[in-house]
Ligand binder design. Structure first.
Ligand code: GAL
Length: 460
């Protein structure tokens, strides 16, 4: 049996808007997702996160379920507007209390808290008054918010993720308009991303300058799918590489190398903002680990400037900018999201990161899949999800054997939840949630995951 290292971090992940509910409880301010969900046509069946999994009231029960699985770590996010209702000044002590209790409860259960500061639910006031991520002022607002979190939670939380998936914020939120704040543009994504990177760096600087004595680690989590060249041709290989750079290096290069990738500068011209020399210095090296959310793989071919249908090709970035033709191998199995299940793509991506960024410590902070689960006689027999986790974890284990410094793996998600524009239909959980009664039931995949943790192996 192939095993993982003893100190491998096994975890599950969630995010605030997707599970908490209590959207206006105890002084919480509205976020852009609260507002976005009220716009007709944006969310499947007009659903929203007002109640979600009601984790706000049920977190103790949820932590017990995590404990039963034996997870070592739990990654959750803080709703900025719950602790700072306008995102600017004014602290909501009731909100602080909620997260403080959550952290205490985790520690009591021997589960390490991993906090994401920003998982997309920007305080609405910052959007209306300061243009959200398009305004430069957000860099300072974010650092102030981060400081408050370090002050109040840093005595007990030692693992920090500044931003979850800047690519999604920029492309889906400011490019295609399918996520909050719903803007459609071919230049705003690059400006929003620029401010996200600066905000991340400033928060890390704050942590390192003023909270180093807390002894924690801090980094950013980015998402990336694997891009496999469609053919052996030089053109397709270059196209696949370019697609990865537009996806991941957009954010990772400034942090690990000090600036955007050359290929983006060449293709985007003035639409790609420039960092000053001081900013480059401030940004470089601001990640103690490489946080990676990985879900799927696509084939990549040179596109030669042929116009693309954004609804199909959106997943690649702003498609005309990268000019890559993306497709699926018809032999691949797909999930309910129509994402292909390709474990070897995960392994190849881990090697690609190790090579490009000098073998950093990597944490897979999300990996998982949606299937149409059903509760039958009190059980959910989600064999496909179980097989998914098994095959991806086996690929991870092989990557470690081959020298990749993969230090941990967080399953997305601990439980079924509000899957953004797809609403509640797309179930990603290890636990089934009945959204009428809010009852939780461990799925077969949760039981398997617990066994894998117990034996430190995916070969179970
Ligand atoms: C990620 C995101 C999560 C979750 C997951 C599944 O992009 O961080 O919030 O929704 O995808 O789609």
């Amino acid at each position: 049996m192939n095993t993982f290292p003893n100190d491998f971090v096994w975890g599950t992940a969630t995010s605030s808007y997707q599970i908490e509910g209590a959207h206006d409880k105890d002084g919480k301010g509205p976020s852009i997702w609260d507002a976005f969900c009220t716009i007709p046509g944006k969310i499947h069946k007009g659903e929203n996160g007002n109640i979600a999994c009601d984790h706000f009231h049920r977190f103790k029960e949820d932590i017990q379920l995590m404990k039963q699985m034996g997870v070592k770590a739990y990654r959750f996010s803080i709703a900025w507007a719950r602790i700072m209702p306008t995102g600017k000044d004014g602290v909501n002590e009731a909100g602080i209390q909620f997260y403080s209790d959550l952290i205490d409860e985790l520690i009591k259960a021997d589960i390490e808290p991993w906090i994401t500061l920003y998982h997309w639910d920007l305080p609405l006031a910052l959007q209306l008054e300061d243009d959200g991520w398009l305004g430069r002022s957000i860099v300072d607002y974010f650092a102030t918010y981060a400081k408050l979190c370090f002050e109040r939670f840093g005595d007990r939380c030692k693992n920090w993720i500044t931003i979850n998936e800047a690519w999604v914020v920029a492309i889906l939120g400011y490019g295609q308009g399918v996520f909050a704040p719903g803007r459609i543009s071919n230049s705003e994504p690059y400006l929003a991303a620029h401010h996200i990177i600066l905000a991340h760096a400033k928060a890390v600087q704050e942590y390192r300058n003023n909270f180093a004595q807390q002894g924690g680690q801090i980094g950013m989590t980015n998402n990336c799918d694997w891009r496999e060249p469609l053919t052996d041709s030089e053109d397709d290989k270059i196209a696949a590489e370019r697609a990865l750079q537009f996806f991941l290096s957009w954010f990772a290069d400034p942090i690990y190398k000090g600036d955007y990738p050359e290929v983006m500068k060449e293709r985007l011209g003035d639409r790609l903002p420039k960092f000053t020399a001081d900013e480059k210095k401030m940004i470089k090296g601001t990640s103690d680990f490489f946080g990676l959310n990985h879900y799927t793989t696509m084939l990549a071919a040179e596109n030669h400037g042929v116009p693309k249908d954004q609804s199909v090709y959106g997943n690649g970035g702003i498609s005309e900018d990268q000019d890559v033709d993306l497709s699926l191998d018809p032999n691949w199995k797909t999930t309910l999201m129509n994402w292909a299940v390709v474990p070897w793509g995960c392994k190849k991506l881990l090697h690609w990161i190790a090579e490009r960024y000098d073998n950093p410590d990597i944490y897979i902070t999300e990996n998982g899949c949606a299937y149409p689960d059903a509760l039958v006689k009190g059980e959910v027999n989600d064999v496909e999800r179980l097989e998914f986790y098994k095959s991806y974890l086996q690929a991870c284990q092989q990557a470690i054997t081959e020298g990749v410094q993969l230090k941990g793996y967080f399953a997305w998600s601990f439980m079924d939840n509000f899957e953004w524009a797809s609403g509640y239909e797309k179930r990603f959980g290890l636990h089934f949630v009945d959204f009428d009664t809010l009852e939780r039931t461990p799925k077969a995949s949760a039981k398997w995951f617990a066994k894998a943790i117990g034996s430190q192996s995916a070969d179970v």
